[in-house]
Design a protein around this ligand. Structure first.
Ligand code: ADP
Length: 250
């Protein structure tokens, strides 16, 4: 069974549908990018997947081992004051709060796991620092480490690089790809379609006419993909010198 299966999903606000009849599934090890124009409903869909949207039509099914409490979530980068009153380590450890039994502190195993995760995402040396003093890219890595404490199975990222400079963005994308190669399943909203097709295994492109879901290769060769993408297909199936036809109005 898939980790997540969404069938004929429609959801929106105040009786107005934003997402209409969307279906897709995510298997273990997939890297799904959700793309689409501003206002197409990417964040609304993420809220729906997190169970924050109340009523909806269609179905959202999670594998039995994965409840909504066990999904690691990273939002767009909020601004934190330099005096934000928590250390990096405290922020990361708070990812365990969903699984902590009331009245008990963190276990030794959790402290060790958090240390390993911080090393893995490159913030091990920052663990005693004040979170508010870090750069935007470092803060996103810390918040990613917190998300990974909630689960190592599935992480949901909503435009995590929207406030980062190009170098920090490229670093963050390669970190996500490495985590995916280590077995973490990824669902990421992105406004950067070219980065999405370079990194993701699957694409969900939200569109008011007809949304697309399929492998990255299928997307690149679909009419919607041809309209939106301005780079060559990076997948193994295509020869490297094949040029993707781009329509004149792209
Ligand atoms: P995207 O992430 O693709 O830019 P959103 O999911 O943020 O799109 O928004 C999709 C549409 O839903 C937009 O028209 C937006 O104005 C509307 N919307 C978002 N949040 C709310 C809300 N809380 N109440 C009513 N409408 C909303």
């Amino acid at each position: 069974m898939s980790l997540l299966k969404v069938s004929d999903l429609s959801l929106g606000y105040d009786g107005r549908s934003i997402i209409k009849g969307v279906s897709f599934s995510v298997n273990e090890g997939d890297y799904l990018c959700i793309v689409g124009e501003n206002g197409s409903g990417k964040t609304t869909l993420i809220k729906g997947l997190l169970g924050l949207m109340g009523k909806y039509r269609g179905t959202i099914e999670y594998a039995s081992e994965l409840s909504q409490n066990h999904i690691g979530y990273l939002s767009q980068h909020p601004r934190y004051s330099r005096d934000f009153p928590a250390s990096v380590r405290e922020i990361v450890m708070s990812g365990f709060l969903g699984s902590r039994r009331f009245g008990f502190g963190y276990s030794k195993a959790q402290r060790q796991e958090a240390a390993l995760i911080m090393e893995n995402v490159g913030v091990g040396e920052l663990s005693q620092k004040n979170f508010g003093e870090l750069s935007g890219g470092q803060q996103q890595r810390v918040l990613l480490a917190r998300a990974l404490c909630a689960t190592r199975k599935l992480i949901l990222l909503d435009e995590p690089t929207s406030a980062l400079d190009p170098l920090a963005t490229a670093d963050f994308y390669s970190l996500i790809k490495r985590l995916n190669h280590q077995g973490v399943t990824v669902i990421m909203v992105s406004h950067d379609i070219n980065a999405a097709v370079r990194n993701a295994s699957h694409i969900l492109c939200l569109d008011s006419d007809k949304s697309f879901f399929g492998t990255t290769h299928e997307f690149i060769h679909s009419p919607l993909g041809k309209k939106l993408i301005v780079s060559d297909c990076p997948c193994d199936v295509c020869s490297k010198d094949e040029t993707v036809e781009v329509s004149e109005d792209a």
